[in-house]
Ligand binder design. Structure first.
Ligand SMILES: [Ca+2]
Ligand SMILES: [Ca+2]
Ligand SMILES: [Ca+2]
Ligand SMILES: [Ca+2]
Length: 350
């Protein structure tokens, strides 16, 4: 074995740089760089308009699928995907934890016991309500259940009775104390023309769940969510209301010093009733995503104290009842899960 001194190795290196054999390598390297830039620019410019259906099932799991939820229940920074719905004939209410692998095809990883209750639908949300950490909250007309992730499934850790008769539920830390509040929309007043609804806030304390505050009557509420759209660590509240299924108004509210204040609102910018709203962090930034009964998906950013609608509108031939966004393939970009009435699940990718 010959040893090469530092001097010799430098000369060899220089010799190769000067040599003719080097040129094909440089050419190859240039093409590689061009190709890499091309791939990068395609990724960089993949916009909201590029979402395509990657999975579509018109008969997904239950006779009625009501909700889809993307949330990280075990704190591994990957969100889990859950759906909740009803089998009318079988008198069953279920929550499913889904696993999504190749081809964005969901399969059942865990199924709840039958939570059936007469004349009730089922709602799901998640939050960190006390030191038990992030839990799944499942609500029916008179009961709610807290589930904690354990291994590949969920374990029941609490069950409560209530008389809330909710229209919708969501959770978020709206006062910045580090714990999530439970937000429930309820009917306050029924006129001949419409329901007039309000939002009630509940906290889980040492003495159980306690109602802390509520809003004034806000109209016929159809959509509700909470999310930190401006990145200050405190969740804003989004309520959508309108007559019947006509285009309505999205109100962005902040809770401060025991009162709700309206920060921004947009009217008549969504086609149809926006039953679904979620605040999610896309590579483009944080967006309020809405899904309407006329099959439209829209995106709003919060900028200059206004909610600004993105020109891109996704359109589907289904009444959309719920939606969420989740990175199913760990590529750093969000897929979108949509529920179409009565039991369609779509997954979009771009
Ligand atoms: Ca997780
Ligand atoms: Ca809080
Ligand atoms: Ca905020
Ligand atoms: Ca992804």
């Amino acid at each position: 074995m010959s040893r090469i001194s530092t001097k010799e190795s430098v000369e060899i290196t220089h010799g190769r740089r000067r040599g003719q054999e080097v040129y094909p390598m440089i050419r190859f390297a240039r093409w590689y760089i061009v190709l890499a830039l091309l791939v990068f620019s395609i990724q960089a410019f993949a916009g909201l308009k590029d979402y395509q259906i990657a999975f579509d099932n018109n008969d997904f799991l239950m006779e009625g699928v009501f909700q889809v939820l993307a949330t990280d229940l075990d704190g591994d920074l990957n969100e889990e995907l859950l759906v909740a719905g009803k089998n009318y004939i079988g008198r069953e209410l279920f929550v499913y934890l889904l696993s999504v692998k190749d081809g964005y095809k969901p399969s059942v990883q865990w199924q709840s016991p039958n939570l059936f209750e007469e004349r009730s639908v089922i709602w799901i949300t998640s939050g960190k309500f006390n030191d038990l950490g992030k839990v799944l909250l499942v609500m029916t007309n008179t009961r709610f259940y807290l589930y904690q992730m354990e291994g590949e499934g969920l374990r029941l850790i609490g069950e409560y009775h209530h008389q809330l008769e909710p229209l919708g539920v969501a959770a978020g830390d709206i006062d910045g104390d580090g714990w999530d509040e439970l937000l429930v929309t309820r009917v306050g007043d029924v006129t001949s023309k419409m329901y007039r609804c309000y939002l009630q806030v509940w906290k889980l304390t040492e003495n159980g769940w306690q109602a802390t505050t509520k809003t004034d009557l806000l109209g016929n509420i159809r959509g509700l969510t909470a999310g930190d759209i401006d990145g200050d660590g405190i969740h804003e509240i989004f309520v959508e209301e309108g007559l019947r299924v006509e285009p309505g108004t999205v109100h962005m509210l902040r809770y401060k010093d025991g009162r709700f204040g309206e920060v921004a609102k947009v009217s008549n910018e969504i086609k149809g009733a926006a039953y679904s709203m979620k605040v999610k962090t896309f590579p483009e930034g944080v967006r309020l995503m809405t899904a309407s009964h006329r099959g439209k998906v829209n995106f709003f950013k919060y900028e200059g104290s206004k909610l600004v609608k993105d020109p891109v509108e996704l359109s589907f031939n289904s009444e959309l009842t719920d939606s969420d966004a989740i990175d199913l393939d760990s590529d750093g970009d969000l897929e979108i899960a949509l529920i179409g009435y009565p039991r369609r699940l779509m997954i979009l990718n771009r």
